[in-house]
Design a protein around this ligand. Structure first.
Ligand code: SAH
Ligand code: SF4
Length: 369
C-alpha cells in the first residue's frame, strides 16, 4: 500500500508550515503547535514524532498518522585516525548511500550523496564503476544531514558548518530533488548558502539553473583534465557537454556574480599530470578566476592507476601560483576508512555484504581502456 504520509524532511520550511497549520486547525489546536513542531524538525533534529515531547500524546499520535520523518539507519560507521567519520546509510528500500563528516580546525564539513550510485561512469571513480541505482528524494538528501548532525552532537562535535554535495552521485542530474534540498538546508536548517557547495562533473543545463538561483550556493567543477580529448577518457559526459561548452556556462555563472568557482583536479600519475597540462589548467582557471584544488588520486579497485608523485603535484602548484591562480593541495582525508567517493559502498558490495545485492563486476561501468 502506498504510504500516504507526508515526509516532513523533504519539504521546504514554508510548505512544512502550511501543512502543519492546516493539520492543527482541523484538530482545533492552537497555532503555536506549528512552531513547536518546526523547532523539533529543524532545530532539534529529532528522529521521530514520538520525540516531540512538548506535544500532548494524542497530538503526537495524530501527527504521526499524517506525517513522517523518514530517516535512514546507520549500516556502518567508520572513524578514521584523522577524525573523519563515514556513515553508510541504509535507506527505507535497502539502498545504501554514504556521507562523510570532516572536522577541521574551524569547520565541520559534511559531504552528502545525491543519488544511490551514479550514471556518469567516470573512469577514476568507484561510484561510477558501480553504476546507477536510483535518484534520492530531497528528504533522503536532507536526512543525511540530520542524522549526521545528531551523531555529531552525540559524539562531541558542534554544528555542521559546511555541506558539500560530493558524496555519491551527480547532483545536477537529480535537480528535482537537489533544488528543494538546497532550500531546506539553507532556509530550514540555517546552513548559509555560501557554505553549501554543489559539485558537478559538468552538467551544463544544471550549472545554468544554479546560476539563476538568488542564493549564493557555491559551485565546484570536477575538471580533472584541461583538454577535451583527455577529459573524455576520464569523464564520458565530456562527449555530451564539451569543455568549451562547460567553460561558456562557467563564464555565465561567474557573471551572475559573487560566487567563486572551484576546480577539482584529481592527479593521476602518467594520466593527467604532464607538466604542459598545468599551463592549460592555469588558462582555464584564469578565465573564470577559479580556485583550484589539486587532489592526489585515491586508488580504486577497478583501476591500477596511482596518485601523482608529490614533486609533480608541487610542480603543478607552482605553475598555477606563478600564473596568479589560487590553489590548494588537498590532503586526502580518511584514507584508512575508504572515505573517497563511493569506496566504502564498493568494498561492502565486493565482499557481498550489501543486501541491495549485486557484484560490481556485473554492473554497468566504464569500459577499461
Ligand atoms: N558527481 C559529482 C559529485 C560527487 S564526486 C562530481 O563528480 O563532481 C566528488 C569528488 O570526488 C569529485 O571531484 C570526483 O572527481 C572525486 N573523485 C572521485 N573518485 C576519485 C578518486 N578515485 N580519487 C580522488 N578523487 C575522486
Ligand atoms: Fe559520478 Fe562524480 Fe563519480 Fe563521475 S566523479 S562517476 S559524476 S560521482
Amino acid at each position: 500500500m502506498l504510504n500516504a504520509k507526508k515526509d516532513l524532511l523533504g519539504l521546504p520550511p514554508h510548505d512544512v508550515e502550511a501543512a502543519l497549520a492546516e493539520h492543527f486547525v482541523v484538530r482545533g489546536q492552537p497555532s503555536y503547535r506549528v512552531e513547536q513542531v518546526k523547532k523539533w524538525v529543524f532545530e532539534e533534529c529529532v528522529p521521530d514524532i514520538a520525540g516531540m515531547t512538548n506535544l500532548p500524546v494524542a497530538e503526537r499520535e495524530a501527527l504521526d498518522a499524517a506525517f513522517s520523518l523518514v530517516e535512514p539507519t546507520a549500516d556502518t560507521v567508520s572513524r578514521s585516525s584523522d577524525g573523519t567519520v563515514k556513515h553508510l546509510w541504509r535507506l527505507a528500500d535497502g539502498e545504501l548511500v554514504e556521507s562523510v563528516l570532516i572536522p577541521t580546525k574551524n569547520r565541520l564539513t559534511l559531504c552528502i550523496s545525491s543519488q544511490a550510485g551514479c550514471a556518469m561512469g567516470c573512469t577514476f571513480c568507484a561510484t561510477g564503476w558501480a553504476g546507477f541505482q536510483r535518484q534520492l528524494t530531497s528528504g533522503e538528501i536532507v536526512s543525511q544531514y540530520r542524522a549526521s548532525q545528531r551523531w555529531g552532537f552525540e559524539n562531541g562535535h558542534g554544528r555542521i558548518s559546511n555541506i558539500v554535495y560530493m558524496g555519491m552521485g551527480e547532483p545536477l542530474t537529480n535537480r528535482k530533488a537537489l533544488h528543494p534540498s538546497l532550500t531546506i538546508l539553507n532556509q530550514g536548517y540555517g546552513v548559509g548558502a555560501r557554505r553549501i557547495t554543489v559539485s558537478t562533473v559538468g552538467v551544463v543545463p544544471g550549472i545554468l539553473e544554479l546560476a539563476e538561483r538568488e542564493e549564493q550556493f557555491r559551485l565546484a567543477i570536477s575538471l580533472h583534465a584541461p583538454e577535451s580529448d583527455l577529459r573524455s577518457q576520464l569523464i564520458p559526459l565530456e562527449k555530451r557537454h564539451s569543455l568549451e561548452e562547460l567553460m561558456a556556462a562557467l563564464v555565465r555563472f561567474d557573471r551572475a556574480g559573487g560566487r567563486r568557482i572551484t576546480f577539482e583536479y584529481t592527479m593521476i600519475r602518467g594520466i593527467n599530470d604532464a607538466p604542459r597540462l598545468a599551463q592549460a589548467l592555469a588558462d582555464l582557471a584564469s578565465t573564470v578566476d577559479a580556485f583550484v584544488n589539486l587532489i592526489p588520486y585515491n586508488p580504486i579497485p577497478y583501476q591500477d592507476w596511482k596518485a601523482s608523485r608529490g614533486e609533480r603535484i608541487e610542480e603543478f602548484r607552482s605553475v598555477l601560483e606563478a600564473r596568479g591562480v589560487s590553489v590548494a593541495v588537498r590532503v586526502p582525508r580518511g584514507r584508512d576508512i575508504d572515505a573517497a567517493c563511493g569506496q566504502l559502498r564498493a568494498t561492502r558490495m565486493t565482499s557481498g555484504v550489501s543486501q541491495t545485492g549485486g557484484d560490481p563486476g556485473n554492473r554497468r561501468g566504464p569500459a577499461k581502456k
